[in-house]
Design a protein. Structure first.
Ligand code: SF4
Ligand code: SF4
Length: 447
């Protein structure tokens, strides 16, 4: 297989980054890569999927990584994983000698070691220049589940129709399940034995970068976890704050201590991400120096500034992300700078995961294992979003009342646009097609 065939098969199978970003994987693959990094950091607290898949589907994942390395004619594939994922590590160590181009790199237990730029630095010692992309330093980073999806696409000719999701927190039986894409969160909570407190907030994703959702939200190709927390939990409260409230709080109490900037992982790698300067500009209405606003363009949204660094519980991350979205909507991009200088204090300023979990008030949920279920799961209906990836929304090619089988293409990408093909995730009848989603009811499912 050559690189074009590999990319085409991955595109046709609808593979996108399963770690949360959702970037179409075929677009990431590039013949200039010398290093392919398998990201098994799973650095967000309480997430379990990647370490569990690595322990179970070790051969599938390593063989797919090896195939990518060989097809791209790269020099090496690196499995980057934390030493604390003992089961996965044992499985890797038992097999890695069979793959001559694959090596292992143990990551420190710090957050956010799964961030692409941070991971490349940890695994290769190279810094992706500010405003640039990993391929300029010869690296491609792929999430563990993404590589399993590539294996399924190439070896088993199976498109992406299912997703592994961990349901944890205030549920009776935390669990990791493999469900059809488009399954509603309320179904997942039932699979985890139901909620165990009356009033809950639901986070889709990890506690740091996840978003608040309701129980009717469907899971997508990028959903790694559903966190069920008491409604009054700090994480739920913090995620409910509005931009106006966040700015008012900055105006009242930001002390310009700089801790948000001093602990920012991107800043520590030499990128000019300086949340304290944006906070100062917002608090004081300083618009004369636009560089304070442009600093937001390099923010990776990790949340260290907001959930760990700020002693006043202010929200630099949220404000950086608001500012970044507005600048990008106006077509502004980061300028590329080759002059990144890694801060010599980076190692001692790194945030240990255990401390982060304690700060987030999540220690009580951290020892929960959420075992992976091997049971095949059937659902009555799915609502499949047409935008589950970076790029333009996919366009439906099915009509209401049409019968479909799991794996049929139900939405395609407009010509030459960045996007991903979407497949039916269950056998059934198309019940509803809107601009945003396609609902399929299973044959024999409840009307
Ligand atoms: S850490 Fe908080 S108080 Fe300190 S500069 Fe940043 S936003 Fe202001
Ligand atoms: S969220 Fe905060 S800590 Fe993380 S990159 Fe952005 S500014 Fe830096």
């Amino acid at each position: 297989m050559n690189i074009e065939e590999l990319k085409q098969r991955i595109f046709e199978s609808g593979v996108v980054g399963a770690g949360g970003a959702g970037f179409p994987t075929n677009v990431k693959l590039n013949e200039n890569a010398d290093t392919i990094i398998l990201n098994c950091a799973e650095c967000e607290p309480l997430l379990r999927v990647d370490q569990q898949l690595m322990a179970i589907y070790t051969d599938e994942i390593i063989s797919a990584l090896s195939l990518i390395v060989e097809t791209l004619k790269a020099n090496v594939g690196i499995i980057a994983i934390k030493a604390k994922y003992k089961e996965a590590l044992e499985a890797i160590n038992n097999r890695i000698s069979q793959y001559p181009f694959i090596k292992l790199h143990l990551l420190p237990d710090i957050y956010p070691s799964g961030d692409e730029v941070m991971m490349i630095y940890e695994a290769t010692g190279k810094v992706v220049p500010r405003g640039s992309i990993p391929i300029v330093v010869g690296a491609i980073v792929l999430n563990t589940e993404t590589v399993l999806n590539i294996y399924n696409a190439i070896i088993k000719q199976q498109p992406v129709t299912k997703k592994y999701v961990t349901i944890t927190g205030e549920v009776n039986s935390p669990i990791t399940v493999c469900v059809p894409i488009g399954t509603k969160i309320k179904e997942l909570i039932k699979m985890a034995g139901g909620q165990r407190v009356d009033e809950i907030g639901i986070v889709m994703g990890g506690p740091m970068t996840g978003i608040l959702v309701d129980e009717d939200t469907p899971i997508t190709k990028t959903t790694k976890a559903i966190l069920v927390l008491p409604k009054k939990h700090t994480i739920i409260q913090r995620k409910q704050a509005t931009t106006v409230l966040n700015i008012k709080k900055v105006m009242s109490v930001c002390s310009q201590c700089r801790m948000c900037t001093d602990l920012c992982p991107r800043n520590l790698l030499g990128h000019n991400v300086e949340p304290h300067r944006l906070m100062n500009a917002l608090a004081n209405g300083l618009t004369i120096d636009s560089s304070a606003f442009l600093t937001a363009l390099g923010c990776c949204s990790c949340g260290i500034c907001e959930m760990f660094a700020c002693h006043h519980e202010l929200s630099p991350r949220s404000l950086m992300m608001d500012c970044k979205a507005k600048l990008m909507a106006k077509g502004l991009k980061q300028t590329v700078s080759e002059n990144s200088r890694v801060n010599p204090q980076r190692d001692i300023r790194a945030v240990q995961t255990k401390r982060l979990i304690a700060r987030l008030n999540l220690t009580q949920y951290n020892n929960i294992k959420a075992p992976i279920s091997k049971k095949e799961i059937f659902v009555d209906s799915v609502e499949i979003p047409l935008k589950q990836h970076v790029g333009v929304p996919s366009i439906s090619n099915v009509e209401e009342q049409q019968l479909v089988h799991a794996g049929d293409v139900i939405a395609t990408v407009p010509d030459a646009a960045l996007g991903a093909v979407i497949h039916a995730s269950i056998d059934g009848k198309v019940e509803k097609v809107t601009q945003n989603s396609i609902t399929i009811r299973a044959r024999g499912g409840r009307e």
